[in-house]
Design a protein. Structure first.
Length: 376
């Protein structure tokens, strides 16, 4: 991540760059944002800039020894901490045990949301914390020599998840860090940080992104069409993580074809096919599974309107229109309400962390039953 990769937030970039170039780097900062403001990427761009051997006035060089290591977020003087939780197969985890997964997820998108992170490592959000082992590790690392750079930098993502009884351990090291030690805490909710830590941090507040900034970024960085980018930027409320989520779902092919094929298999009760589709759907994160079901609800709603001649033209691509016409013959007044209820119920189960495979298997057989009732 470079400063140029961060959408908007120009004032903050300028302030951070000035701090480095005027030798006024704060030893303990708090980046406070609402989700999707770019604070995580900014922390890494800033850390890279601080340790870059050949930085310019605007950004890091990208080619020095330090930058090459930052390309993989694997610089030995960069220490990253974030919420984790034990899974069924692992006990006693901490940030260190998940560091490869974290690098992989952030390098995929530094606008990763917390729920995306939980999905990525398959943990339940209620248990996730930055735990006492993490705090001990921070203290240990802060007390040894830097490996190869002038500065050792700690990035603590979602600092509000610091385990309550462990957080006080950090007080001393944050208040009186050794020379050339920098802490960057990132939070979505500063009020949840212990007051004793909060009072020791220099506060930088990230405003939500503007609609135009989100729209331009979707078009320029992701090749999104103007129309789609415009719609998404309107709905994203300044949150680029949400904008990306919606963009991925707005790509009709994957989701639409999967829904269509799944419905066909349910209709014909082709069990093997049904389970192939379920495997695919269950491999999505929870948010995407919910969006998949919401697409189903939207399609059912359109069938209802088609059945009552409430729409005379469909604004869809050909394949989608063709499917809708056929599907609307199978979804009628006999089965439409229970079918929609079932999809809504599945959404709330997914919301409560139910197992996706079980939810979609149950749903598949119910949907088959509804199709039969609709044709009687
Ligand atoms: Zn460099």
């Amino acid at each position: 991540m470079f400063f140029k990769d961060i959408i908007g937030q120009d004032k903050i970039k300028k302030q951070l760059i000035n701090n480095v170039n005027n030798n006024r780097i704060s030893h303990a900062q708090l980046f406070a944002e609402q989700e999707g403001g770019g604070a995580l990427g900014m922390a890494f761009a800033y850390a890279r800039y601080i340790n870059c051997n050949d930085r310019t006035e605007a950004d890091s060089c990208g080619v020095c020894v330090s930058c090459l290591k930052f390309n993989k977020l694997a610089h030995p003087d960069l220490h990253i901490f974030f919420p984790t939780a034990p899974t069924k197969d692992t006990n006693g985890v901490n940030s260190k045990s998940y560091i490869d997964k974290f690098r992989e997820a952030v390098l995929d998108s530094h606008y990763m949301s917390l729920s995306k992170w939980y999905d990525h490592i398959g943990i339940e959000k209620k248990h996730a914390i930055i735990n006492v082992n993490d705090c001990n590790e921070i203290i240990h690392l802060a007390n040894i020599k830097t490996y190869e750079s002038k500065y050792r930098i700690f990035v603590v993502w979602m600092a509000e998840k610091l385990q309550y009884r462990a957080a006080p351990k950090l007080l001393k090291i944050v208040e009186e860090p050794h020379d050339n030690t920098i802490f960057i805490f990132i939070t979505h909710d500063p009020n949840q940080l212990p007051e004793t830590i909060l009072s020791r941090l220099q506060f930088i507040r990230f405003p939500p992104l503007g609609r135009q900034e989100i729209k331009n970024a979707l078009i320029e960085k992701y090749g999104c069409s103007r129309e789609v980018a415009s719609n998404i930027s309107f709905q994203a409320s300044g949150n680029f993580s949400e904008a990306l989520n919606q963009y991925q779902l707005s790509q009709p092919e994957e989701i639409f074809y999967l829904f269509r094929n799944w419905m066909r298999s349910c209709y014909n009760l082709k069990t093997e096919e049904i389970f192939d589709h379920i495997d695919k759907i269950a491999s999505f994160g929870r948010e995407k599974q919910k969006s998949f079901l919401k697409l189903g609800l939207k399609i059912i709603n359109q069938c209802l309107m088609l059945n009552y001649n409430a729409i005379d033209s469909l604004k869809h691509f050909d394949e989608e229109s063709g499917f809708l016409f056929k599907f609307s013959k199978k979804v009628n007044h006999k089965n439409i309400i229970p079918m929609a209820n079932c999809l809504n119920e599945a959404i709330s189960h997914i919301d409560r962390n139910a197992n996706g495979k079980i939810v979609f298997a149950d749903l598949s057989f119910k949907v088959h039953k509804f199709f039969k009732e609709g044709s009687n």
